[in-house]
Design a protein around this ligand. Sequence first.
Ligand code: PLA
Length: 432
Amino acid sequence: MAMAMMIRNAAASRRAMTPISGDFGGGLRSMSSWWKSVEPAPKDPILGVTEAFLADPSPDKVNVGVGAYRDDNGKPVVLDCVREAERRLAGSTFMEYLPMGGSAKMVDLTLKLAYGDDSEFIKDKRIAAIQTLSGTGACRLFADFQKRFCPGSQIYIPVPTWSNHHNIWRDAEVPQKTYHYYHPETKGLDFSALMDDVKNAPDGSFFLLHACAHNPTGVDPTEEQWREISQLFKAKGHFAFFDMAYQGFASGDPARDAKSIRIFLEDGHHIGISQSYAKNMGLYGQRVGCLSVLCEDAKQAVSVKSQLQQLARPMYSNPPLHGAQLVSTILEDPELKSLWLKEVKVMADRIIGMRTTLRESLEKLGSPLSWEHVTKQIGMFCYSGLTPEQVDRLTSEYHIYMTRNGRISMAGVTTGNVGYLANAIHEVTKSS
Ligand code: PLA
């Protein structure tokens, strides 16, 4: 008996030492070669900048890469409304799973911000919506939904756009097309080229639109232009998917920033929306957001929601609890909500102030270039026009970190670093 056990144990330990083999279709390989063909992934153009910044020991270093809001001392901000919500939630022992679709209360409150407090679509239960892993998760879930239920479709993405949009639709295996958006010479919207692309796209195409505070350009269509875009979408039967990652950061007022969406709703479009609380509530790492799809009727909304949940279930099962509780606590209390609205405005105004200071500083240094666009553009970013080579010089000579497309996160510019930044920009651009 004992001998039989020893023999079995010896056999088991021999097995443990023998490399496990895998069949890749081309024969057996030893375990040591499983990942031999894996090359390092390219650095992410945005989050890779943060990694490089963190690794730089220089005391002068400035991070205007990722769009993360800082106060005027360069410190991350926890909004007072969030601190108060945390206080109210402290000691909560509720740790259960949320449903697959997340917190229904948070989702309802979030829909009101996009569709309007008195939206008939909310009352009629025509919106299929679920809590997502922030704005990225909402975009990805929509891309997967598009692939599953419109398998032959493609997505039109603006040039330029947030770099991760390309990754998201690529990994969802939805082919991408682009449409004109930014005009480099005017540093504004290339409206006529945009309209041509919308017109020339096959009827019934999917378009990704930035609802407000376009990333990276800081250039949005005017209200009148949105109306024209909406009309053309109607004539062409296109589907508009709005990514609204910066609601409140364009004008300082979340309701005003939803104007593009409201125009499309007035015109009777059935749209999709990605919402995120990363920036406008400062809940970056909490990963709280919402994906919604406006349906024909309540019955269709039930079906669509069930399918969105079905997509979420095998990926992450259900979303995290705490961020959703914070959002609900803030938005369901009128006092906390109005405090939040005030704080959004403070953040937007500080950025607007920094735009003015940056522009004035460059002008005072005698820069031969025009910096009008710094104050004309809106939202978190300034699409500066700096070339990749000039950005490289800013990084290597001045320890200033930003994405190589010349995007400056104005949310990282402060009274303390704006002079240093302006001077460095002047030095690398004065001979151009
Ligand atoms: N959509 C757009 C247009 C964004 O700019 C971002 C974030 C997101 C969605 C996703 O944000 P979330 O998942 O955190 O809600 N863009 C950042 C960060 C702020 C990033 O790249 O992830 C940026 O620096 O561009």
